[in-house]
Design a binder for this molecule. Structure first.
Ligand SMILES: [Zn+2]
Length: 170
């Protein structure tokens, strides 16, 4: 978004986020995650010092439980609250050390009078992805599969093919 547009007044954005773009960006995630719905709504207000961004992105992603591998959906509510300042102001702020940011907002930077919303939205969404998705707090995990009725050993089914190779060599 060009800053000139904001000089006319607050900018309101209310639109779907393209799923193919988001899916591509989400490949940076450590587990499989596929967005199935994504929408963002925000207001941008220009002031002398920068641009106040407030809003959120609502995203639904398909993934799997890291423990039992069940397919599951996550609904992410990603806050987009930042105070955006021109990058030229950064050095000045570092030198002075005082807080210009209203309401202790997160501070971001823009270059050449252009705010790249893609990156801000992507980062906000990635931040809300859990480290380890779980279908529930009490997920029992993968049910252990009895490999051999004569043995008491239980083996993670994901390792079963390896286990059978090993056993057949004995
Ligand atoms: Zn689970």
């Amino acid at each position: 978004m060009d800053l000139e547009d904001l000089e006319k007044g607050p900018g309101n954005i209310d639109r779907d986020i393209p799923l193919d773009w988001l899916g591509q960006e989400m490949k940076a995630c450590e587990y499989n995650v596929e967005p199935t719905r994504a929408h963002t709504q925000m207001t941008l207000n220009a002031s002398d010092q920068g641009v106040l961004m407030s809003g959120s992105a609502s995203v639904r992603v398909k993934t799997e439980c890291g423990k039992c591998l069940a397919e599951m959906y996550l609904d992410l509510e990603c806050p987009l609250n930042s105070f955006l300042m021109p990058i030229e102001a950064r050095q000045e702020l570092d030198d002075r050390d005082d807080e210009l940011t209203p309401q202790d907002l997160k501070r971001d930077w823009y270059y050449n009078d252009t705010i790249v919303l893609d990156e801000l939205v992507r980062d906000a969404i990635m931040l809300e992805l859990p480290m380890n998705p779980r279908c529930s707090d009490s997920c029992p995990g993968i049910e252990m599969q009895k490999l051999d009725k004569n043995k008491e050993d239980y083996i993670d089914p994901r390792l079963a093919p390896l286990a059978s190779i090993k056993l057949s060599k004995e």
